[in-house]
Ligand binder design. Structure first.
Ligand code: NAG
Ligand code: NAG
Ligand code: NAG
Ligand code: NAG
Ligand code: NAG
Ligand code: NAG
Ligand code: NAG
Ligand code: NAG
Ligand code: NAG
Ligand code: NAG
Length: 511
């Protein structure tokens, strides 16, 4: 146990003698939907039905599409992974026959042997399969224990990602011989396991899973010499336990490490403050060092910080989960400053949708703030500068691959603030999806969000089912259904039942 860990644990013990009060609810009290919400909810359901029927018709039973494959590539392609990833959405939308069909199908898959010639991603498989099965097990009243068994079959391969005394797991496993791929990983892949593996331990009675996932996060939270307090560099080598480079970001490769630091204490109500305090430290660092407002439009973003200690004025669809995460964590820690930043970050991310010809936001973007416009890439073109002058950001990667994060934060903003502009945003996104994403059979990504006749990306990601359509549906559903006071969402939008909240979480950022 490191000094810092011991110190924080000692603090937690002394503060537990204070009177315990029930925390303020996360969701706005008395939140009610306007009458026209059901129109939008039905429209989302229709997008889902069309997509799922096409998935069943064209993907199921096609060997070349490897329906049971667990590899990252196939998870990305959606086939196979989509059954696991869609399951909790099927339940929430009330498609009980399809839900039971998915459970029945899952029961037939033998995860004890490899279904793929590829290696399997610890991270992707945890957040899509293990989480999809466990969330569905909980939502359906623990009626289908086969879902826990199948999650465990998968995890019993993935435990081989931890080698020898390594705290940090390798990222990929060969499911045939359980050999890990010995290469570097990142803090997101190593730090986005605690919710799922804790619940797997809870429902199987085998504590090994929880211990492994916690070991990895606690190791990273205790690492000395982070480039910014509470914010480790993105790349980590499980063999040495050392980080590489100095790139700090809320975007892909780091994102859900931060996300789970505050969600794990919400799921467990642990009195070990290290998780929430490390999150508060990361947020405090971000406010001090990464927060930027654009010189046009005054939009608020979190910049990246690179290995040369330079601020990169960039943003991404992936990073746009940060608004919702700060809203949730700010509520949990009773910190309105953090909640308000979360709302502003959400609004700026929505602005990346509002500015394009399709009304859908791009994969990556950039901006200028009062300290300059360094991005780590080339200078903006004349067309990008013109776009920047109109919108307060410019597009650097123009595709949309059915990602959820902007609508995820928009969902949190609605449930917490009750401001109906977030319903208007969601309704606008649904309209854009209906107008610009249809193929002859379903919906797909597009190569250029600023082109209403963009070419399409012939692919339907499983997170379209798991995340985009679930967040949109819940935005227009009764706010007491899957309330943020009763559930905590994994990073793939699978809700897990949460205990009654503590009065607060953590003791504050490390000074
Ligand atoms: C699932 O399997 C059970 C048991 O075999 C069966 O009774 C049920 O009809 C199946 N449900 C669906 C939707 O296929
Ligand atoms: C794995 O490779 C073997 C040999 O090339 C092939 O016969 C088999 O179909 C492949 N399995 C899958 C699931 O792709
Ligand atoms: C997985 O392990 C099996 C058995 O050792 C081997 O034949 C196969 O090539 C390995 N696959 C990968 C992708 O490394
Ligand atoms: C718990 O799970 C681990 C990992 O699969 C396994 O090695 C161990 O034998 C299991 N313990 C029990 C008591 O089943
Ligand atoms: C693991 O750590 C323990 C205690 O430090 C040590 O005795 C043991 O040799 C280590 N095992 C390996 C495989 O490194
Ligand atoms: C909220 O968090 C910010 C950022 O760490 C901090 O500066 C502020 O003091 C906190 N406010 C309260 C009331 O704790
Ligand atoms: C945003 O810009 C205004 C005016 O340029 C400035 O006063 C303010 O401090 C900025 N806020 C942040 C968080 O940088
Ligand atoms: C960014 O900096 C370059 C070079 O200093 C300049 O030419 C360009 O106009 C700037 N763009 C913005 C959006 O400020
Ligand atoms: C619902 O109707 C009101 C009143 O006509 C309108 O202002 C609002 O934008 C509508 N909201 C949605 C999400 O359609
Ligand atoms: C828009 O996309 C279409 C189809 O790919 C292409 O032909 C056209 O040139 C694009 N327009 C612009 C302005 O990029």
């Amino acid at each position: 146990m490191s000094f810092r860990r011991w110190f924080l644990t000692a603090l937690a013990v002394s503060s537990s003698t204070l009177p315990a009060a029930r925390g303020e609810p996360v969701q706005k009290a008395g939140l009610q939907l306007p009458a026209n919400a059901s129109i939008h909810r039905d429209a989302v359901q229709q997008l889902f039905v069309t997509s799922y029927e096409a998935y069943q018709k064209y993907a199921w039973g096609h060997d070349d599409l490897m329906p049971e494959s667990l590899s990252y590539v196939d998870a990305r392609n959606g086939w196979g992974a989509s059954i696991a990833d869609a399951m909790s959405t099927l339940w929430i939308m009330g498609f009980t026959d399809w839900f039971e069909q998915a459970v029945n199908h899952t029961a037939t898959v033998d995860f004890s042997r490899s279904q793929t010639n590829d290696t399997v991603s610890l991270f992707e498989t945890t957040i899509r399969y293990v989480a999809g099965f466990i969330s569905s097990y909980e939502l359906s009243g623990e009626k289908y224990p086969i879902l826990v068994q199948k999650a465990q079959e998968i995890a019993d391969h993935m435990v081989y990602s931890w080698v020898g005394n390594n705290s940090v797991p390798y990222g990929y496993i060969n499911f045939t011989d359980n050999a890990p791929t010995v290469t570097t990983s990142n803090i997101a892949e190593a730090g986005t396991l605690t919710l799922e593996w804790n619940l797997l331990s809870k429902y199987t009675g085998n504590d090994t899973y929880r211990q492994l996932a916690e070991k990895s996060v606690l190791y990273m939270a205790n690492m000395p010499g982070d480039p910014l307090p509470g914010m480790p560099a993105q790349t980590i080598d499980p063999t040495t336990g050392l980080t590489e480079g100095g790139y700090v970001t809320w975007s892909g490769g780091s994102d859900s490490y931060f996300e789970y630091l505050i969600k794990y204490p919400r799921l467990t109500n642990t009195d070990d403050n290290i998780y929430a305090d490390t999150w508060l430290t990361a947020v405090d660092s971000s406010i001090r060092t990464l927060l930027r407002n654009s010189t046009v439009g005054d939009h608020l973003y979190l910049a990246d910080y690179d290995g040369d200690e330079m601020i990169r004025h960039v943003g991404s669809h992936l990073a746009c989960f940060y608004g919702g995460n700060w809203i949730l964590g700010g509520k949990m820690t009773n910190n309105d400053t953090i909640v308000n930043y979360g709302l502003q970050l959400t609004d700026a991310c929505w602005n990346t949708y509002a500015g394009t010809a399709t009304g859908i936001g791009p994969e990556t973007f950039a901006y200028a703030s009062s300290d300059g416009n360094y991005t780590g890439g080339g200078a903006p073109t004349a067309a990008q500068l013109q776009f920047y002058d109109e919108h307060g950001y410019y597009i650097t990667t123009s595709d949309y691959i059915l990602r959820p994060e902007v609508l995820e934060s928009n969902f949190y903003a609605w449930r917490v603030s009750g401001d109906t502009k977030y319903l208007d945003n969601a309704a606008s996104a649904i309209k854009s999806f209906q107008d610009y994403l249809p193929t002859t059979v379903a919906y797909t990504g597009i190569n250029d969000v600023n082109n209403v006749t963009s070419s399409k990306i012939d692919d339907m990601e499983s997170f379209w089912f798991a995340e985009v359509l679930k967040y949109l549906y819940l935005t227009f559903d009764d706010p007491t259904h899957i309330s943020l006071d009763d559930y905590v969402f994994n990073t793939e939008c699978h809700p897990f039942k949460a205990p009654a909240a503590k009065s607060t979480y953590g003791s504050g950022p490390a000074s």
